[in-house]
Design a protein around this ligand. Sequence first.
Ligand code: ADP
Ligand code: MG
Length: 399
Amino acid sequence: MNILIQKFGGTSVSSFERRKLVAKKVLLAKDKGYNPVVVVSAMGRKGEPYSTDTLLSLLEEKFKENNPLCTDLLLSCGEVLSTVVMCNELTKHGIDCVPLTGGQAGIITDNKFSSANLIRVDTERLKTIISQGKVPVIAGFQGITEDGYITTLGRGGSDVSAAILGAALNALEILIYTDVDGIMTADPRIVLEASLIKEMSYSEVFQFADQGAKVIHPRAVEIAMKANIPLVIKNTMNNSLGTLINNEEEYNNSNIITGITHLPNRVQITVAVNDNLQNSNYYSLLNILANNTISIDLINVFPSQKIFTIDNKDLESFGSVMNSFGIKYSCIEDCSKIAIIGSRMRGIPGVMAKILNCLSKESIEILQTADSHTTIWCLLRSENTEKAINALHKEFNLG
Ligand code: ADP
Ligand code: MG
């Protein structure tokens, strides 16, 4: 059916001027003979009137915790508003379009409110609309349970909606339109000289997304990879070619490092092994933390102490678990986990040394490191994040 998924993020639909640019992208796709399927996010970012964060602030914390059904219903409204407003603009450009909620578009999920999982996509309605030459405009970030309750797919979930629909409709491409030219060597808000990466493999983009590069949701990358549909990240505001993501592992990139990203809000935990905690009890502690949905990473096991990190949001529940077992620990709050990513660093010696030298030249204290074949992580105090990323970006000539 020549289907092209065109997903537009929050900033792309936030103003009249930008929605006009969106309409032009949809028109162009139609003119080229594609059947566009449009997916939109809620309008604007934090602080703007119809953004997801603004909607969230309408409810009290305790109510939100105890009423996931209400919370998801409220959250879904941001994308619904955006859908209808976008239809207004598309109609003005002579595009025959049909507004749909996620549920109306056939996205059926389980009832894990706020981070629902896909069960299936019922595509009949979408296929009928497309075969009539109309453009479905779908509210991203949401689905519906089998028994008709509206769910949301987790923050950044419109990317996931786009990928889900792309896979279900066997689209030619999934285009993610945003406010930057594509995937860059670092967040351009942090590194002014960050450069565009023209082509990447799904697995490398997954690393970027999973390690904090907000530009695409990791789950969307997984879904596109499984369906083997090319993903393209583009700027709504210009005609840059963007980043093409597919299965190719070897690109014409001579740099061993592809880019740098980071996860903020990490807390480093140190637990001493003595009367406080026996080695054998440490492994049961890991299970207990997992059962309390506290995920830990950067795990270093030494005979005399155990070190790992947790997310800041879990610090309170972590404290309760540790107190209930009478285990003492020390922590360094407000850390950042920097990820230096590059699938070509496999087997190349000296990369870690180069990173450590570079950070030491900048007098940046490294709290912990870890490495895999494709990524080196450094835990730093978050006040050093921007300085460290900029220094490493320069060190590896990524600009
Ligand atoms: P949208 O609302 O379009 O979904 P997001 O805010 O979710 O947009 O993602 C785009 C943002 O991702 C950019 O504005 C940029 O600041 C951030 N970002 C972080 N890391 C990267 C990176 N490596 N490349 C490009 N953008 C990045
Ligand atoms: Mg996004």
